[in-house]
Design a protein around this ligand. Structure first.
Ligand SMILES: [Zn+2]
Length: 324
């Protein structure tokens, strides 16, 4: 009886389920690493990720897992084999340099993947890992690799506008989305995910995420946050300004985002808010005030960010800073 039941289970499992992927990064999702873009399921000029959202761009064929900033690259965050296999090819030696202009694009033409590793898993399954940090590639052609083995580190070589690893999964030479391998499935249909149960939990779809929410002693630029250097200054009694900034990814059109700063007496010191006119891959907003003539009152200051969608609070965070 037991034997027959086992045989039936084997028969029922689909071919896709035979190939399983672990997380390709050695970092905690939602705190150190974040999915910035998924594969595009829209066959035309539109954009649609597997969950019916817009967290992709036209023609994107893989999954981008990012670090906050280029400074985080210096910590050496591991990119690991998502499944066991054999290394087909590697490239290293390209600089970590953000692509921001047409000249940058020309510089990396035909080498868009940057430093990368291609792995064959048998049965015509392959995985490719792109934009690795220069000098980090830890395997060579012909090497056997185990699931979770370090291949390199997250960087921004090749066609990268932010530090990330781009993972492409291919079956029979065609890119497929590990979150929804069936290209004919309508979005929102039950998914035949290729991810292991652990990876599925770690990579669960998020409707927008906060990369950072903090106080600063001066206004903050998005470019400064992306570079991670210099760090925004922590406010003191001497600071000419006191602001709170939020840095978020994958916010949606019509999201209402508000940042508020409250003084030690609980009264509002500054507030800023907007309704987004389109989806935002990245977004920054700050609110605050200039130092009053009598100086900053001592005590605890509070900063509150809220993202409302469809009339409900979806994302919220509070930070406290004490000036004394
Ligand atoms: Zn990508």
């Amino acid at each position: 009886m037991l034997k027959r039941a086992t045989a039936l289970l084997v028969l029922l499992s689909s071919p896709a389920a035979a190939f399983e992927l672990s997380s390709p990064v050695a970092c905690e999702m939602g705190t150190e690493c974040f999915v910035q873009q998924y594969a595009d399921h829209d066959p035309g000029a539109g954009v649609r990720d597997y969950a019916c959202g817009g967290q992709s761009y036209n023609g994107h064929d893989g999954t981008d897992i990012r670090l906050r900033s280029t400074a985080d690259v210096d910590r050496g965050v591991g990119v690991v084999a998502a499944a066991a296999g054999t290394v087909v090819s590697t490239r290293d030696g390209m600089p970590d340099q953000l692509v921001q202009s047409p000249e940058d694009r020309l510089r990396i033409a035909n080498r868009e993947c940057g430093n990368g590793v291609l792995i064959d898993h048998g049965n015509d399954w392959q995985t490719q890992y792109c934009h690795l940090r220069r000098g980090s590639v830890a395997v060579k052609r012909g090497d056997p690799v185990e699931t979770g083995q370090k291949l390199g580190e997250i960087g921004y070589s090749g066609d990268a506008a932010f530090p990330h690893v781009h993972l492409t999964v291919r079956k029979d030479g065609k890119a497929i989305d590990p979150f929804q391998p069936d290209p004919t499935a309508a979005c929102g249909e039950p998914k035949q995910s290729l991810w292991s149960s652990t990876a599925r939990k770690a990579l669960a779809y998020r409707q927008g995420e906060i990369l950072a929410f903090a106080f600063s002693g001066a206004p903050v630029q998005l470019e400064q946050l992306e570079a991670g250097k210099p760090h925004p200054t922590v406010p003191t009694l001497a600071s000419p300004a006191l602001v709170a900034y939020v840095w978020a990814i994958n916010l949606q059109k019509d999201d209402q985002i508000t940042v508020r700063v409250l003084g030690p007496d609980g009264n509002p010191l500054g507030q800023n808010g907007t309704t987004l006119d389109r989806n935002k891959a990245q977004y920054m907003l700050f609110a605050g005030a200039k130092r009053p003539p009598a100086g900053w009152p001592r005590g605890p200051y509070k900063a509150i960010v809220e993202v409302r969608r469809d009339g409900k609070a979806r994302i919220g965070r509070t930070e406290t800073l004490t000036l004394e």
